[in-house]
Write a protein that binds this ligand. Structure first.
Ligand code: NAP
Length: 288
């Protein structure tokens, strides 16, 4: 399927490279053109689209990876006038289920299809094509997209109608907040006990408390390095969505609420563009 990608950030860029390597990627567009040019420099014959509409007019499958709800809305607004019936739009951004359902309806009104297909697995998963993808929308549309999506994701699960992919991603983000809190708090404690952090990470990471976040971010955070990865501001955006959904369902989310406060603190002190492991900044022994 002739495929185009819109959004070449920390996730979109490596996803685009994998689509290209698999022979699917024909067009790319990024708001900041220099990034599209950098991608084209690595992908012989890749065409740089002049706009989302120009890309939409030429592609059968359009993959989107942008930041937040308002950005997905902007991109869809820009491409819809040019979309041809039968086109499939797969949005891998993390946004609210409400926006995903709204986008699916608007796209359907143009005779095209929209899947909400957020991903998990971090930039490592995007680079290694091992992402987990949770999909909401028409199952036949997913079947059509599978040959392309299999080149960027290892686990692709259809969750139900439009919005179900994003609702599942909200579950993932609530869990990720708890894991971040547990790992950074435990490593802060280890530091207060004057234990060698590298050895703590090695031994704890290979036991029952081991997890992806500790194994992939433990050693960098122990060195005080918080390069993204996954930006604090983006996880804050996701948790605000989770909190809103939980309020509507009357479900308490105490860890999510605490994490929202901690991330707000980090954003206000200038750390919003750092990796979420920067939460460790708030977990150092108080007497430091
Ligand atoms: P990022 O590095 O900040 O990149 C954001 C991308 O969106 C950039 O290409 C940016 O273009 C583009 N963009 C933002 N607003 C736009 C707009 N209004 N119109 C057009 N393009 C716009 O973010 P990321 O880490 O790649 O994350 C992308 C999405 O995946 C987010 O929804 C995030 O929550 C989700 N996600 C991230 C991770 C992760 O580990 N990073 C993992 C899973 C899911 P410019 O280059 O012009 O700024």
């Amino acid at each position: 399927m002739k495929t185009g990608i819109i959004g070449l950030g920390a996730m979109g860029f490596p996803i685009a490279l994998n689509l290209y390597k698999a022979g699917h990627l024909a067009y790319a567009w990024n708001r900041t053109r220099a990034t599209t040019e950098a991608l084209a420099g690595r992908c012989h014959n890749l065409a740089i689209a002049s706009s989302p509409a120009a890309l939409a007019a030429r592609c059968e499958l359009i993959l989107i990876s942008v930041s937040a709800d308002a950005d997905v809305r902007q991109v869809i607004d820009a491409l819809l006038p040019a979309v041809t019936p039968g086109t499939l739009i797969v949005d891998t951004s993390t946004i609210s289920a409400v926006t995903a359902r709204d986008m699916a309806q608007r796209v359907a009104a143009h005779g095209a299809q929209f899947l909400d297909a957020p991903v998990s697995g971090g930039v490592e998963g995007a680079k290694n094509a091992t992402l987990a993808m949770m999909v909401g929308g028409d199952v036949d549309a997913l079947e059509k997209a599978q040959p392309v999506l299999r080149t960027i994701a290892q686990h692709i699960i259809h969750m139900g109608p439009s919005g179900s992919g994003q609702a599942t991603k909200a579950v993932n983000q609530i869990m990720a907040a708890g894991i971040n809190q547990a790992v950074t708090e435990a490593l802060g404690f280890a530091q207060a006990m004057q234990l060698p952090l590298d050895k703590v990470i090695e031994v704890v990471g290979s036991g029952a408390a081991g997890n992806w976040f500790l194994n992939h971010r433990g050693s960098t955070m122990a060195q005080g390095s918080y390069a993204p990865g996954f930006k604090v501001a983006l996880h804050h955006k996701d948790l605000a969505i989770c909190k809103h959904m939980a309020d509507e369902a009357d479900i308490p989310l105490p860890i999510t609420e605490m994490t929202l406060m901690h991330y707000k603190n980090l954003i206000e002190t200038g750390y919003g563009a750092e990796d979420i492991s920067a939460l460790f900044r708030l977990k150092k022994p108080c007497r430091d």
